[in-house]
Design a protein around this ligand. Sequence first.
Ligand SMILES: CC(C)(COP(=O)(O)OP(=O)(O)OC[C@H]1O[C@@H](n2cnc3c(N)ncnc32)[C@H](O)[C@@H]1OP(=O)(O)O)[C@@H](O)C(=O)NCCC(=O)NCCS
Length: 182
Amino acid sequence: MEIIVDSDIRLETVKEIHADEIFNLTERNREYLKKWLPWVKYTKSRKDTLNFLEESIERMKSKTGLQTTIFYKGKTAGLIGLVEISYLRNQTEIGYWLGEEFTGKGIMTKSCGALTDYTFLNTVLKRINILCDINNEKSRMIPERLGYYNQGILERDGIVNGEFVAHYHFVMWRDKWRKRKN
Ligand SMILES: CC(C)(COP(=O)(O)OP(=O)(O)OC[C@H]1O[C@@H](n2cnc3c(N)ncnc32)[C@H](O)[C@@H]1OP(=O)(O)O)[C@@H](O)C(=O)NCCC(=O)NCCS
């Protein structure tokens, strides 16, 4: 599956052949990413990235997740996906990251908007959550720019580098998204 975001940005569901490029991007951005993302320190080799991609592909088969590689002008720029899908609760959560060299261009705001569109148009899900570390201003700006609703702070909600972190909890609902688009 592919989502064409605009003439420069394309989301493609992850494949095993993406492993080298995604691992190289992680490796180049290890210092930049590790402050916010708990998985970075456990991703030590290409095999770790490959394992993650294989798990993501299994989740896509069982429709419990959807992970895509972001291509910017043909280059691997980062990842965005539905990290957990619950059909019982009719909701999911979007997670994302970019290599630092691809930041500052609006790539993630546009990709997140396109994935929100895709999710509400192509699945039965009615609600999307985004959780941002309260100190991660760049991440918080993405749901804010798209008009997601800030539901407040979830204290001690995640663990990064052994420490609890608090998250802003952003939500978009299918009906509110449609109204914004009309
Ligand atoms: C979170 C993260 C993806 C945000 O990256 P980003 O580049 O700030 O986000 P975008 O791609 O949407 O780009 C927005 C920037 O591009 C600029 N921009 C340029 N054209 C734009 C456009 N058409 N639309 C929106 N923004 C645009 C914006 O002004 C903004 O720059 P600024 O922050 O200097 O004002 C990135 O910081 C990251 O990967 N961080 C590490 C991992 C992480 O924190 N992941 C999230 C965990 S919850």
